[in-house]
Design a protein around this ligand. Sequence first.
Ligand code: ADP
Length: 194
Amino acid sequence: MTVPLDIVLLGPPGAGKGTQAKRIELAHGVPQISTGEVLRGAVASGSRLGERVKPIMERGDLVPDELIVEVIRERLEEPDTRTGFILDGFPRTIPQAEALDEMLVGINRRLAVALEFELDEEEAVLRLAGRAEGETRADDDPEVIQHRFTVWRESTRPLTEYYRERGVLATVDASRSVVEVYAAVEAVLGPVTR
Ligand code: ADP
């Protein structure tokens, strides 16, 4: 049996993590797990989880670590993650990264790579502003976008160092076209899937 392909995607909002995750999913047959999509689904369905996270997401704040860690724990128990997973939007804080490490130790697995999409904040904000015109998302309002970046800078950006120290960080330049960025992603994944 081949080793599961367990991937974490890092990078600011607007860096294109979701777009690249879908491509990796198609090419490598491992599921994309987007916490943003899972939570938006919960809000749309009106579940208890959805009711709880709706106001938090609308402000652009992070939902509590314990809550999202449970969501991930349950999701990683699904059989489709046996061959691996692509985490998009998780972890977003150091405690979440530590919880993920523990979960992986528990199932005798380790991250193949933490793939960081590097993009200037200015460029990322422009991309999100563009996206807001097409698909309306409650948190794509300009003020909320600014707040999401503040939260990212303070809580999520430190994960780059966290994974660098653990020797699993790889960085790609996310300012290029979708196709070019994906080529860079494959250049990283090639060696780890062999
Ligand atoms: P973005 O487009 O900014 O990357 P996502 O679609 O990944 O945003 O997430 C949207 C919102 O869902 C976040 O602003 C946050 O409120 C919530 N969320 C998603 N993932 C997490 C997480 N790992 N921890 C806490 N909150 C999260």
